[in-house]
Write a protein that binds this ligand. Structure first.
Ligand SMILES: Nc1nc2c(ncn2[C@@H]2O[C@H](COP(=O)(O)OP(=O)(O)OP(=O)(O)O)[C@@H](O)[C@H]2O)c(=O)[nH]1
Ligand SMILES: [K+]
Ligand SMILES: [Mg+2]
Length: 376
């Protein structure tokens, strides 16, 4: 039996197994097996065809956003609208065949937006250019999942399943479980909270399935067996995802309203003049400003302002960094050798208790902090 068949067998068995106390261990074990086979599936295949030419786009700018969606949902239309790059858009599927980068300039940051080929069910197993697309998605800071508002929710759950199956976790945080394989001593299991989904026995069973017999496990959160498996397997990426419903000119206002209220979602319309609602009438906008605001929030970038001694901070030119960036990151951004000449820094803002506060290189900066660096 091939891996795909094994996976499908297990999925079927999970589907037909009723979820209750008596089947809990059996289900946990099946899930562990499933995760194992999926991991095997993703191991780089030896054939050259799986390596996609045109997909190796250099990372540039302050953050990267990947456009993921079924064919012809309007990804390229969106890229052409948001950036100065033109990506061919047409009414037939698979118009885009490679990765097309564009840049969104927003609040002083350069956000790299990647247009990608449409993906379909089975993408993770190599259908279409699914594997290449997903490999690019893994490198993004945020995924924009573009959906055709006229197509219903099934596209969304299919895509979520595809990404889920390759270890991409959307809008979830890393499970708060301490896990450390050991050389000996058996399995030590502890939890700081009451567990309602996992037990010591289930944890042991799952670990044995992965041939782990010695480890330290500490649950600091009431996690599910799937989340525990994610921790064991390890190579998961936790990524914010913004669901963008496009082509809302084709659906009723009630439906637009319903979609707009869904969590993590934005509704937009491309600049299409053939829609039912004429452009720029009845207050119906493209809604792109709102999308950008949300995207900015999801990217969680940190803007730092610098200040020279005795002068006011320069609010016109922010240094844009990832969340959690340190004073050292700020130094590197200003000048390559600044960190080596660094004596201390004064920081004003929410990251410090006092304003200003004297801090060292390891201090973590927060959004809109002001920094003055003092050299040796
Ligand atoms: N009615 C309507 N049509 C739109 C909208 N946005 C895009 N389109 C049309 O949808 C079709 C597909 O657009 P593309 O931008 O090529 O879609 P894509 O997702 O890049 O497609 P592939 O590259 O083939 O995966 C084109 O005919 C667009 O003009 C919209 O908001 N409303
Ligand atoms: K298309
Ligand atoms: Mg396209």
């Amino acid at each position: 039996m091939g891996i795909l068949e094994k996976i499908s067998e297990i999925e079927k068995e999970i589907a037909r197994t009723q979820k209750n106390k008596a089947t809990e261990y059996h289900l946990g074990l099946l899930k562990a097996k499933l995760a194992k086979y999926r991991a095997q599936l993703l191991e780089p295949s030896k054939s050259a065809s799986s390596k996609g030419e045109g997909f190796d786009v250099m990372k540039s700018g302050d953050a990267r956003v990947a456009l993921i969606g079924f064919p012809s949902v309007g990804k390229s239309t969106f890229l052409s609208l948001m950036t100065s790059t033109a990506s061919e858009a047409a009414s037939y599927e698979f118009t885009t065949l490679t990765c097309i980068p564009g840049v969104i300039e927003y609040k002083g940051a350069n956000i790299q937006l990647l247009d990608l080929p449409g993906i379909i069910e089975g993408a993770a197993q190599g259908k279409g250019r699914g594997r290449q697309v997903i490999a690019v998605a893994r490198t993004a800071d945020v995924i924009i999942m573009m959906l055709d508002a006229t197509k219903g929710e099934v596209q969304r759950s299919l895509l979520e399943k595809e990404l889920e199956s390759v270890g991409i976790r959307l809008n979830k945080h890393k499970p708060n479980i301490y896990f450390k394989p050991k050389k000996g001593g058996g399995i030590s299991f502890n939890s700081t909270v009451t567990l309602t989904q996992c037990s010591e026995k289930l944890v042991q069973l799952i670990l044995h399935e992965y041939k782990i017999f010695n480890a330290e496990v500490l649950f600091r959160e009431d996690c599910s067996p799937d989340e525990f498996i994610d921790v064991i397997v390890g190579n998961r990426v936790y990524m914010p995802c913004l669901y963008v419903y496009n082509k809302i000119d084709q659906i009723s206002m009630e439906e637009v309203d319903r979609l707009a209220r869904k969590p993590n979602s934005v509704v937009i319309r491309g600049p299409c003049l053939t829609g039912r609602l004429p452009l720029c009438s009845c207050g119906m906008k493209l809604n792109l400003d709102y999308l950008l605001e949300m995207l900015w929030e999801y990217l969680a970038l940190t803007c730092i302002y610098t200040k020279k001694r005795g002068q006011r901070p320069d609010f016109t030119d922010a240094i844009i960094l990832r969340k959690g960036a340190s004073v050292e990151h700020v130094c590197h951004r200003i000048h390559r050798s600044l960190a080596s000449q660094f004596k201390y820094a004064l920081v004003w803002g929410t990251s410090t208790k006092y304003s200003p506060q004297r801090v060292g290189l390891t201090h973590t900066m927060e959004h809109e902090d002001v920094i003055q660096i003092v050299k040796k």
